[in-house]
Unconditional design. Structure first.
Length: 345
């Protein structure tokens, strides 16, 4: 497949409510859309897309840094032959590539190969509970479809006693067959995390993502101290985003929560899925509040890699409106009205 053209767009999509992150609140989501014009031996001339949307407070790179790197790499891609089956941005560039940039490049170039294996079956999901406690309880009360195996809940955003009270209220409102997957984003000390577990029903918690900080000097040592004290399973999320991370099974490790925008390209994420699966650890493909373009790619990856796992892709409801509503067929260019609402860089 030959790259015969490339363009870069930037979107700015308003959010339905302020999105609290570690140190800031987002009112709009900004990201980049890479458009590649390609000539494929089997399909002729067509268009492929990838999204780079660094998440403030979580990504190692800023939007400006991603834009500069993508702009430079676009020029070097022109006229090049690439293989969708094996393209690896890090190997191709021969230099470190930002995680969001790697995801954009590998999404666009590898998408034909990914979709060739896509069973297009419906994915199980773990819906994200958002808003105030009252909003969450109302969501549960209004639930009319089949109950999922688990809902996801962010914790460690305020006082510990509030987290305990909210979690207990939600568990009381949910059917006993439904559990919670909690995400603490490394905000608790070991002592706080242990106290939290002591005051809730641990049997109703699937796991806690990144429950503790590294006050001991090591996140993994802190997680092991937490698990030893509570026997509560935990999951890795931020841990996977360290570019030097190499997977090794740990006592109590229940899941790898893999966010390609933050972890890196598709090839790196696929290697984590394979390593986790071989060790009997659940692997969950999860979003980082990308636009519908990025989430569609993540959905395809989840269907191919982890079809029986509840994916963490329930983030599109955070947007006031979407980049586009109708699906766009592979090789087709995005409609003019979609491209026109973005800035051509």
């Amino acid at each position: 497949m030959e790259i015969i053209g490339a363009r870069l767009y930037q979107y700015n999509l308003p959010l339905a409510w302020p999105l609290p992150l570690k140190g800031t609140k987002l009112n709009a989501r900004q990201g980049l859309v890479l458009e590649l014009k390609v000539n494929d031996d089997g399909f002729g001339v067509g268009y492929l897309y990838g999204e780079a949307a660094p998440l403030p407070d979580f990504s190692s790179e800023s939007l400006d840094e991603a834009r500069q790197q993508l702009g430079a790499l676009m020029s070097s891609l022109l006229g090049q032959q690439v293989d969708p089956e094996s393209f690896n941005s890090q190997e191709w560039c021969g230099q470190p590539v930002y995680p969001s940039v790697a995801f954009a490049l590998e999404s666009a170039i590898s998408l034909p190969a990914i979709l060739a294996d896509d069973p297009e079956t419906e994915l199980p999901v773990a819906p994200l509970l958002t808003g105030s406690t009252a909003d969450m309880l109302q969501c549960i009360d209004d639930w009319s479809s089949c109950w999922p195996a688990a809902f996801k809940l962010k914790v460690a955003r305020g006082e510990l006693k509030s987290d305990i009270y909210r979690t207990r209220q939600l568990l009381d409102a949910l059917p006993e067959t439904v559990c919670l997957k909690l995400d603490a984003n490394r905000r608790w000390s070991v002592e706080q995390a242990v106290k939290f577990v002591d005051h809730i029903d641990p049997a109703r918690i699937a796991y806690i993502e990144e429950p503790v900080n590294n006050a001991s000097g090591s996140f993994i040592a802190s997680q092991q101290a937490f698990y030893k004290a509570t026997k509560m399973p935990f999951a890795w999320d931020e841990t996977l985003q360290n570019p030097e991370f190499e997977f090794a099974p740990q006592s109590g490790l229940a899941a790898l929560v893999i966010k390609p925008t933050l972890v890196g390209g598709i090839r790196r994420c696929e290697s984590l899925v394979n390593a986790g699966r071989d060790a009997g650890v659940h692997c969950v493909v999860s979003s980082s509040f990308e636009s519908v373009l990025g989430v569609n790619t993540l959905s395809a990856l989840a269907r191919v890699w982890t079809p029986r796992e509840a994916a963490g892709l329930d983030t599109l409801n955070a947007f006031k409106h979407h980049l586009f509503d109708d699906s766009v067929a592979l090789w087709q260019r995005l409609p003019d009205h979609v491209l026109q609402q973005m800035e051509l860089l």
